[in-house]
Write a protein that binds this ligand. Sequence first.
Ligand code: JF5
Length: 254
Amino acid sequence: MIKIDVVTIFPRMLQAPLEDGIVHRAIEAGLVSIGVHDLRAFTDDRHRCVDDQPFGGGPGMVMKAEPFLRAVDTLTAAERAAPRAVVLLSPRGRRFDQAMAERLSRTGHVVLLCGRYEGIDERVCEALGAEEVSLGDFVLTGGEVAALAVIEAAVRLLPGALGDEGSAQADSFSDGLLDFPHYTRPSEVRGKRVPDVLLSGDHGKIGRWRRKEALRATRARRPDLLARAPLSAEDQSLLRELESEEFEVAASKS
Ligand code: JF5
């Protein structure tokens, strides 16, 4: 059983989302225990103040170091150093990805710190050996939604978390490519048919079609992933097919 603790000034932003779906089931099944903690409980002044003006001047407020440091000290008091990870969610962080989700899902204790305002006093990261992690190149109003994303990505990877054991293996990124497109009944939706091959019952053909469509989507949307993906000889040949199809389309338009 792994433990995840979240430190936030808005505990309610996390509570409801953790009470539904796969994450809730994983908690009930004893695969993970998730604690949500109010940062203000770790202040020591009458007004439970968590922020202050930035040294050096400028607009906005900075989250004070000491409440976060006390929170992490309290939450990790019972344990020796490893295996644990302290993660601070902020747009300045290293990009979160599936590899990081896998690593966290194998970490006994993960503490997620949610920043707000202009950021958190830099000495929190230094003092705790925390890693600063970002979901992507956009700015949220706080780290809470990012923390939820990290929790979901890691918890669904815990052995036994997914009903169908195959589905974590099959989804996007497990092989370095985007997933192929999916279809279900009815076979026609607003004049749009399901690709015939999916109704053919020929599983060899279906497998090749799906691999080709995964390559097509990755090439069009995420060429950065395609450049790093391990490709078989069959993949190379499917990519050449895609390229010549594209050439045909371009030629027919000129
Ligand atoms: C935050 C200072 C934290 O905006 C984010 C974020 C984006 N990707 N991942 C996290 O976090 C909120 C904003 C400003 C610290």
